[in-house]
Every structure is written in structure tokens, then in C-alpha cells.
Ligand binder design. Structure first.
Ligand code: NCD
Length: 368
């Protein structure tokens, strides 16, 4: 069992200061860092996502939801490729009646005429009430949040993926999927499901390119809030998760192990979080030398799976997750995609303070 010997170098007060500029009234206003979320808020968001899901199942409920934010407009500023994150954010805006527009290619913006990106953002903030952004540069979403805090028209920003750094809304939908897998899915349990820590005694393995996968970093931040969880980081040695993350895990007194052998560890896992090789970040094709097959979940491993294992993948996948596994009850990655739409709708509802109206509506018509 590996534990870190050194104490963490990053003073937690610096994270606390960053979080305090992003939150309002003790909840996320700008959504930029996974560290903004404590178990209480995570549980409330999961609960709200379940309620939106339940309300959306009827025509009358759908018609109620679209009245909530039909006076608001969102900008989806996605200048890095995206399928799921873009479509689930646009769908979640539609669930709440919010209109949206998008910029997906810098070549169509005045940035090609030399406009500074900060000015582009300032312009967007004059037309829209929310900016949801995916950007190749680490820290840019946080910079935008700070800039908007000083602006004449301050509006919230949501980070839909920032370079190799963070992807907090993916982490929220991942933990929502894990909650649902570990504690049952009956709607009648909505209020009770999230009261306990379902992660105590559970082993969660992260597998693949852990050094450059932003989803792994963000989900690790969240899972470390749950005492009694055990984490396995399974990757090629050259793609191991950063020491900053291992220090964070250690500081939170979470048991963890770093290893490079997936096949012998599958049987002890309650959840396996697969990731693809992030070779778009290669500087000179260095990851071509890596035998990624060793970090693939193949159908011959299924006989070792625990009965209630949850297999997750943020997608897109390549060959590291065998399509033959797709129909197994342990495959949760398609549920994960749909969960993202409900979780992102919950997050937007919470930012705009329409969560109370959703809870009231749920209790009036759907709880039993
Ligand atoms: C991930 C991302 O963009 O970081 N995908 C996603 O948002 N669902 C993972 C990846 O690209 O590998």
C-alpha cells in the first residue's frame, strides 16, 4: 500500500481563497473547480437531478420546467472539440426553457481580426446571462470568472473542460452515476438515497492516461471527500497521475495505490473508470511507444467482475473498452451520458436559484 511521505505543498488556504471568489451564499455560482463542491452540495445536486428527471417524464412536468428559465440566454463557447458535453449542456438548457447560442470555432469570431479573447468574452457577457465554456488553456475559465466578477455585467461561467486541468461538471455527473449505481435507483428513495456515504469500503480504479485526463483529476477531488473509499490509479508509469493529486489524496487520508497491472486487479473493484490515451497532448508522438492494450478492459475479464461493479468511461472511447461489454449490467457509461443532461440541468437551476421551485413542484406532484 502506498502512502505519501511528504506533506502537501499547496496551502489549502489558497484553494479556499479561489473557491470563495467562485461561490455565492455557500454554493457554486461560477463552476470552475471540482474543489468547490462539498458532499452536502453534491447530494443536493444529485437529488435535484433526480427530481428534474422524474418531472420530465410527463408532458405536464416538461411544460412546467420550460417556464423556469425562458427569460435567460446561455452562450456555449466551445473552442475545443466536444460531442457529449456540448450536447448535454444544450439539452439541459432546453429542459429549463433557456435559449442558447454557440461559438465553436475561433475562425468565425473577430479573434481572427486580432480581437483579444478577453474582449470576446466581455462582448459575450453583454448578450448572455451565462457562459458555458470549453477551452484548451488550463486556468482560462477561472480567469474568466475573475474577470466577470469585476465586470459591469457580472454573469456566471461554467467550465466545460479546461485543458488538461479540470472538468468539474463531468465529475459531478460521474459521481451522480456512482451514487445511483451504489445505492439503488427507485425514485421513491430520492430524498433518502443520498443521506449516507455509499463509498465507504468501496474500491474505485482509475485506468489509463491519468496524467493528462482532466476528468480523472476532477473526479479524484470529489471522491476524496468520502471517507473510507479506496482508490487505485492504474496506468503506464509514464502516464501516472500527477504528484499534486497524490499529495491531495494523501492529505485527505484516503487509502490509495499506484500500479500498472489492470488484469490482476479487476476482481477487487466496485467501480472502474476507464479513460482513453490523450495523445493530442503528445509533443513528439511519445505515447505511440506505450502498449495501451494492458490498460484495456476486454471481454475475457468479465468473469472476474463483481456482480454489482460499475464500469464508467467519460467517452469518447477507442479500443480500451471492448464493445462486447456494452450490454452487461455492469456497463454504466450510456447511463452516464444521460445522467449528464440531468446533472447539468440541476447545476444551471441551482445557479439561477430555481431549484426551490423544482423541489416544491416535485413534492406537490411526484413524491409518494
Ligand atoms: C472527456 C474530455 O473532453 O475531457 N470527454 C468528455 O467531456 N465527455 C474525455 C476525453 O476527451 O477523453
Amino acid at each position: 500500500m502506498r502512502t505519501m511521505e511528504s506533506e502537501v505543498s499547496l496551502p489549502s488556504s489558497s484553494t479556499a481563497r479561489r473557491v470563495s471568489t467562485l461561490n455565492r451564499n455557500d454554493k457554486a455560482y461560477h463552476v470552475v473547480l471540482a474543489q468547490q463542491f462539498e458532499p452536502g452540495e453534491i447530494e443536493q445536486l444529485c437529488c435535484l437531478a433526480d427530481m428534474i428527471r422524474a418531472i420530465s417524464s410527463s408532458r405536464q412536468g416538461t411544460q412546467f420546467l420550460v417556464t423556469l428559465l425562458n427569460h435567460r440566454r446561455a452562450m456555449l463557447y466551445f473552442i475545443q472539440p466536444s460531442t457529449r458535453t456540448f450536447l448535454s449542456f444544450s439539452s439541459s438548457c432546453q429542459v429549463l426553457g433557456m435559449r442558447y447560442n454557440s461559438v465553436r470555432d475561433r475562425s468565425t469570431s473577430s479573434e481572427v481580426k486580432g480581437e483579444a479573447e478577453d474582449d470576446t468574452i466581455r462582448v459575450l457577457s453583454q448578450y448572455f446571462d451565462l457562459i458555458i465554456m470549453r477551452h484548451p488553456q488550463e486556468g482560462f475559465a477561472e480567469h474568466v470568472a475573475n474577470m466577470l466578477n469585476q465586470s459591469t455585467r457580472p454573469i456566471p461561467v461554467i467550465n466545460g473542460g479546461s485543458g488538461k486541468d479540470q472538468h468539474p461538471t463531468q465529475a459531478l455527473l460521474d459521481i451522480y452515476t456512482l451514487f445511483r449505481s451504489f445505492s439503488g435507483t427507485q425514485e421513491s428513495l430520492i430524498e433518502r438515497r443520498y443521506l449516507q456515504n455509499p463509498f465507504a469500503g468501496k474500491t474505485v480504479a482509475f485506468v489509463g492516461d491519468l496524467q493528462r485526463g482532466r476528468t480523472v483529476r476532477s473526479l479524484t477531488y470529489l471522491l476524496c471527500k468520502y471517507p473510507g473509499i479506496r482508490l487505485l490509479f492504474v496506468s503506464p508509469p509514464e502516464l501516472q497521475i500527477g504528484d499534486d493529486m497524490l499529495e491531495y489524496v494523501n492529505r485527505n487520508q484516503i487509502e490509495f495505490e499506484v500500479c500498472d497491472d489492470l488484469r490482476s486487479r479487476v476482481g477487487e473493484c466496485d467501480a472502474i473508470y476507464m479513460t482513453r490515451l490523450q495523445d493530442e497532448h503528445d509533443l513528439a508522438g511519445e505515447s505511440k511507444k506505450i502498449d495501451y492494450y494492458k490498460f484495456s478492459l476486454t471481454s475475457d475479464l468479465a468473469s472476474s467482475f463483481k456482480h454489482n461493479l460499475a464500469i464508467l468511461h467519460p467517452l469518447p472511447r477507442r479500443h480500451e473498452l471492448d464493445t462486447k461489454l456494452d450490454t452487461l449490467p455492469q456497463a454504466k457509461y450510456w447511463d452516464q451520458v444521460r445522467n449528464g443532461m440531468w446533472m447539468r440541468a440541476a447545476l444551471i437551476a441551482s445557479i439561477f436559484n430555481v431549484d426551490i421551485a423544482i423541489r416544491d413542484h416535485y413534492h406537490a406532484y411526484y413524491s409518494y
